[in-house]
Design a protein around this ligand. Sequence first.
Ligand code: HEC
Ligand code: HEC
Length: 197
Amino acid sequence: MLAWLLIACGGAGNESEYPFEPGPDMLPGDNCRSCHKADGPYEDAPEWTVAGTVFTDASGSAGAPGVTVRVIDDEGTIIEMVTSSSGNFFTAAPVVEPYLMELEKDGVIVGMPTSPPSGGCNACHASGPIGGAPGALYVGSFASTMTCDGASTLTSNDGTTYPCDPYVCDTDTCLFACEGDEDCVDGTSCDAESHCR
Ligand code: HEC
Ligand code: HEC
């Protein structure tokens, strides 16, 4: 009798309109913006300006809850999200490029050294390295550190170098806006919109 009930529940009565279960904990690790963008493949998928997943390790085996994901955009607007049990985060709030991305857990902050070219974080931060990204966004990466060479190159503790051009770097991050020409590499200058050009 019980078996019949279970079959009934798992069957026709529970069919989703989609081949996935939509909602905040859907498809961790997938590039959310492959669907959640303007003119995406699904009309009912709202656009997320920034969305992705933070994992407990680089291979993406489990989601990391309780990580604060912070956007600091070009107008100084700060948007904070906290990862859910799946590790997912998302926002529909408008974000002015270029922007700084930070992850924070237990008071330790890890930032992306430059403005991401897309808010679809998992497009690059997947379980294998894509687009030069070190792999999945994961909590263990909080051990990684960046050092500025005093000019415009950051070096991470695994030896990877990262150019900040046309901005200079500051201690452990690239500048992403300038206040004067001293914040820009030689040959570029700081314009009225705080961009080195
Ligand atoms: C393959 C396409 C696809 C991917 C990839 C995808 N989603 Fe979705 N998602 C949808 C669709 C379609 C809906 C809308 C379902 C509906 O309302 O009918 C949805 C709904 C949602 C909702 C509920 C929105 C609401 O207002 O009801 C959230 C939250 C969400 N997705 C988050 C995410 C996150 C975070 C990611 C990435 C980890 C992601 N999605 C990846 C297709 C996708
Ligand atoms: C086009 C590819 C790409 C996209 C999209 C992208 N990143 Fe990155 N990200 C990188 C690369 C490359 C690095 C490595 C920089 C380095 O370590 O030299 C990186 C590094 C990081 C780091 C530092 C990791 C560490 O171990 O120190 C964080 C945090 C980060 N990204 C967050 C994000 C977030 C959040 C998003 C979504 C808004 C995002 N990234 C989107 C390519 C990308």
